[in-house]
Design a protein around this ligand. Structure first.
Ligand code: SF4
Length: 494
């Protein structure tokens, strides 16, 4: 598409008055922002600095929710587009940034005064360091990192290899690499090995000429994670407790904030509050006769926004900011459910799709699912953690956290994970299930068929097990998965 033909999205001025009546966003690591400031950023600053996020381009994943009247959606996008400023500001104030992976909870990182970032957050942080990019430029940058990472680390790595490259190139400031070694993520070994072996490949040529290639001085720390039904075993919780204590001690070394058991207990209480609120949002959404938001606002993740699920789990790098936005979301959804408002972009009698698999809605474009007559009613990734409240009693919060982490449904033996997924499929009244896994997500691709079969046999809904490409905003290689998803929805709708 020629550059001159690219259209830019603008929020309608008619929304402003209503938007200004919403609440402030209170952040932990940066100053409180008023709706007025958010509106200005989203309508003046961000379109100039991040034009890709406003590009209306039919060839790429839907960047902007069709439902502009969902005011919380504007705040969700604000959380996303303000990341660069917030993260750089916090880091300049001495807050350590920690690259993590594995899907476990964030309490130890935040209690110790750090900001944990999973690969997606790292990648989006890096996206915005160069301002003024079009979607095509952004996509090409991502593709270059992906290809370089595949060559450098392994062609079997999943798409998050681009985030490894981002960190190893030193493109974003990372002070510690501290992933959980959970079973479900086969990419972990590549991450760990690539950092362990940095010294052996330091002369590796960086074709993008982005300065010194390897940041040899980033410390690496592993949080070992015992697998296979360990949640009832005392040794396993003791072992994980030791790992978590080592983690907070390491972050204290970097950032200088002493962390007591009381600090961790308080952080658990706060993050439980976010989990409960997100659960309430999801149950409210499920209870509605018509979907009160579209799939993107509910469960989506694109380069430019995050749905409520993701904010309820990853917090966009700031738990307090996430809580502020989720509170607004709950109030707005209550009103929509009460008055029977349907999310814009959702068809009248949509096929309700439950999605399984990590990084699922990053790779299956939720806006596309809506356009095909479907709607995403949930996903197991992230929901697994949101559903697991950490015990707030006793006097050892590390033990409580370890027990919770070892109980995440998505990490349980496959039959148990499938049984939990069945409950979610039933509660969400799903008409069909798609298990999607990206290229390189080896553990998930090997359990997908088994989980799909168990769900189909017990619930009787159609299931689809599908791989897809690594997923990025350039939409490369998406055609085949899109065709299959469209056919699946059409088959169910009859
Ligand atoms: S997509 Fe799979 S392999 Fe890649 S980071 Fe997620 S869980 Fe790990």
């Amino acid at each position: 598409m020629p550059q001159s033909a690219i259209k830019s999205f603008q929020y309608p001025e008619s929304l402003k008055e209503k938007f200004l009546k919403t609440s402030d966003i209170k952040f932990r690591y940066s100053k409180t922002v008023t709706p007025e400031e958010i509106w200005h950023f989203m309508t003046v600053d961000a379109p100039r600095r991040y034009p890709y996020a406003y590009e209306v381009n039919p060839y790429f994943m839907d960047q902007i929710s069709a439902d502009v009247n969902f005011l919380t959606g504007i705040k969700c996008r604000y959380l996303r587009l303000s990341q660069k400023d917030r993260f750089l500001g916090a880091h300049n104030n001495g807050v350590p940034i920690i690259f993590t992976q594995g899907g476990q909870t964030f309490e130890p990182y935040y209690a110790a005064g750090g900001i944990p970032m999973r690969p997606g957050l790292i990648s989006r942080f890096a996206d915005d360091l160069v301002e003024g990019q079009t979607l095509n430029q952004l996509g090409n940058n991502k593709k270059e990192k992906l290809e370089f990472g595949h060559k450098l680390i392994h062609t079997e790595s999943c798409g998050i290899v681009g985030s490894h490259v981002t960190v190893q190139r030193g493109l974003v400031p990372v002070d510690l690499i501290a992933p959980y070694l959970c079973l479900r993520c086969s990419d972990k070994q590549y991450l760990v090995e690539s950092y362990r072996n940095i010294k052996n490949v330091e002369s590796y040529d960086d074709p993008a000429s982005r300065g010194p290639y390897f940041k040899k001085d980033i410390p690496l720390m592993l949080i070992d994670y015992p697998i296979d039904n360990q949640n009832e075993k005392e040794w396993a919780t003791d072992y994980l407790e030791t790992m978590l204590r080592n983690l907070t001690a390491k972050i204290t070394e970097l950032g200088g904030k002493e962390v007591t058991d009381k600090d961790l207990a308080e952080e658990i209480r706060f993050e439980n509050k976010i989990r409960k609120l997100t659960q309430d949002i999801v149950h409210l959404w499920w209870s509605a006769p018509v979907p009160p938001t579209n799939s993107s606002d509910f469960a989506g993740t694109s380069s430019t926004s995050a749905g409520l699920f993701r904010i309820g789990n990853e917090f966009s790098g700031d738990p307090n900011g996430a809580y502020s936005v989720l509170k607004d979301a709950y109030t707005e959804l209550q009103e929509r459910v009460r008055t029977g408002v349907k999310g814009t972009g959702v068809s009248d009698d949509p096929v309700r799709i439950y999605i399984l698999g990590p990084a699922a809605t990053e790779t299956l474009d939720p806006g596309y699912i809506d356009k095909q007559g479907g709607v995403v009613v949930g996903k197991d990734d992230q929901w697994s953690e949101i559903c697991t409240l950490v015990d707030e009693g006793g006097n050892n919060p590390y033990q409580n956290l370890a027990k919770a982490i070892l109980s995440f449904p998505i990490e349980l033996p496959t039959e148990q994970r499938a049984e939990w997924a069945i409950q979610q499929v039933k509660q969400s009244r799903a008409d069909g299930v798609i298990f999607t896994h990206t290229w390189g997500c080896n553990f998930q691709s090997s359990v997908a068929r088994m989980i799909c079969d168990i769900i189909r046999d017990e619930v009787g809904v159609p299931v689809m097990d599908t791989g897809n490409n690594s997923g990025n905003s350039s939409g490369l290689g998406e055609e085949q998965s899109k065709t299959r998803v469209a056919a699946f929805i059409e088959m169910i709708s009859g």
